[in-house]
Ligand binder design. Structure first.
Ligand SMILES: [Zn+2]
Ligand SMILES: [Zn+2]
Ligand SMILES: [Zn+2]
Length: 282
């Protein structure tokens, strides 16, 4: 199984919509890894994490078959991570995708996410072959029919109902999706220290900015990784990745590589594939 990083940008993407700053101009010129769509992740064919305004672009770029999705986990209600209107097309009938598979799509999210879903609903929910699963932000978990376990913990973000995920595959491979969080609070460290991660995807949104809370700066990522190593939460062979980069962080992909790679951390990019599972690891 693989984790596909569908998007690696923050809310305004990169080059940012409506922006002509130096970073965005260079990103336009460079293209490639400097072209970042809104952050989202695909876990195999059936599981998706976040479904924002670039979901259609991701479908086209990576040939994703959303009709096969069974589980949609939304990290938080911000619009770059969840476009509730799109969910209306998951309807069964002549005007919708009549070819929808018989299985249902379960939308997993906190109350704030599900409220947004309901507000964006213009179709008859009973025809949508969807189920809603309200997640408590404090360390709860769900085990899916394929044995994959999602546990969730409160993110340090700008809104209520924002969560990070600890995901454990049936073979024990354990990874963390922690984009859209500032520095971890002590209560989060208490949970993290009970885990030994094989892979962690950390928030690197704020780059060179000097902020505290909501997102991490590049310096805060290094501090976080130092503590993760010190507490044995990650080991030498743990793959460490940063993601969700904003133009205002002031770093192009080349800058991110220069900054992070010497510390054993990889900056993500759109289309990055991370092999999962004890056997598949490279
Ligand atoms: Zn975001
Ligand atoms: Zn810009
Ligand atoms: Zn956010």
């Amino acid at each position: 199984m693989e984790l596909l990083i569908c998007g690696s940008g923050s809310s305004e993407a990169m080059p940012a919509l409506f922006c002509d700053c130096e970073v965005c101009r260079k990103a336009w010129k460079n293209g490639g890894k400097d072209f970042r769509t809104r952050t989202a992740y695909q876990l195999g064919e059936e599981i998706r994490i976040d479904f924002g305004p670039d979901a259609m672009l991701h479908r086209a770029k990576y040939h994703l078959h959303y009709e096969n999705l069974r589980h949609l986990f939304i990290t938080h209600p911000h619009k770059d991570h969840f476009s509730p209107l799109e969910m209306n097309y998951h309807v069964h009938g002549p005007m919708g995708p009549a070819m929808l598979k018989d299985h249902t799509l379960t939308l997993h999210g906190t109350k704030q996410v599900l409220d947004q879903f309901r507000q964006g609903l213009v179709k008859d929910f009973s025809k949508m072959r969807m189920e809603l699963d309200e997640l408590e932000p404090d360390f709860g978990s769900r085990t899916l029919e394929n044995g994959i376990r999602f546990s969730f913990l409160k993110a340090n973000h700008f809104c209520e109902g924002a969560i990070n995920y600890i995901i454990r595959l049936p073979d024990g491979f354990t990874f963390f999706i922690g984009t859209d969080t500032g520095r971890f609070k002590e209560e989060t460290w208490e949970i993290l220290k009970n885990n030994r991660f094989d892979l962690m995807v950390l928030d690197g949104t704020a780059g060179l900015l000097d902020i505290d809370g909501g997102h991490m700066t590049a310096k805060q990522v290094l501090e976080t990784v130092a503590r993760l190593r010190k507490e044995g939460i990650v080991r030498e062979d743990t793959r460490l990745v940063t993601n969700h980069f904003a133009h205002c962080g002031g770093m192009l992909h080349e800058d991110l590589e220069k900054f992070y790679l010497p510390h054993g951390i990889e900056p993500a990019y759109d289309g990055m594939i991370l092999p999962l599972g004890k056997k598949d690891r490279t």
